[in-house]
Design a protein around this ligand. Structure first.
Ligand SMILES: [Zn+2]
Length: 208
């Protein structure tokens, strides 16, 4: 992707939008009212809006390496608070993906410098689910399963936040765990049992 191509593409995109609706950007400038908060991986193949067919204004997006929700990460926590408390989204999605480089790196014993503390959170997911993961012999299947379990644990981390607990109580906000299969393009709903997780978590992490 050459940089001059980016600006040419942008001009073409503006023309396309205005051809359909001459007020497109005027309306876009009025504000946003997204229904979803999507937390996904920074991986260049997992294009949040494109894979969902979402239009500008429809989804609030946060991406980081391996779609992590870490309680001391001011960035993701600010996004969650802003989207839930101010934009009042009704669905929060953690979307992982198979063949995730971040998850793979966490499965290997290598010193990756500044990435170590970040990836340690995925190693913690491995530790929590060690019995299940160690029983999977096929390395690829084990890797896929860790991707799924990481999504579930990040959903659990979301449910631990006061913002999510309050929004669930006040307006029934829901948390969802999805995986994008880069090999087929398919978006898979892990159908995490949000109510059950919430109940389990509230026993210990009840904040409001
Ligand atoms: Zn990834």
């Amino acid at each position: 992707m050459k940089l001059d191509k980016v600006f040419k593409n942008n001009e073409a995109w503006i023309k396309d939008k205005l051809a359909v609706d001459s007020n497109y950007f005027e309306n876009l400038g009025k504000g946003q009212n997204p229904e979803l908060l999507y937390i996904g991986c920074s991986d260049s193949r997992v294009t949040a809006e494109e894979l969902m067919g979402a239009k500008p204004g429809e989804v609030f997006v946060h991406r980081n390496i391996a779609n992590m929700v870490i309680s001391i990460d001011l960035n993701v926590m600010s996004v969650v608070n802003y989207a839930v408390d101010h934009l009042r989204v009704n669905h929060v999605i953690v979307c992982g993906h198979y063949a995730c480089g971040g998850v793979k790196a966490a499965m290997q014993s290598a010193d990756l410098g500044i990435l170590n503390p970040w990836l340690r959170n995925i190693r913690d997911v491995y530790r929590i689910h060690k019995l299940e993961l160690n029983s999977i012999e096929d390395e690829e299947k084990k890797y896929d399963r860790l991707v799924e379990l990481n999504v579930k644990e990040q959903c659990v981390n979301l449910i631990k936040t006061a913002a999510v607990q309050k929004a669930y109580r006040d307006r029934g906000l829901q948390v969802h765990g999805w995986v994008f299969d880069v090999h087929t393009g398919k978006l898979i709903d892990l159908e995490i049992n949000f109510e059950k997780y919430l109940k389990d978590i509230m026993e210990i992490y009840h904040l409001d």
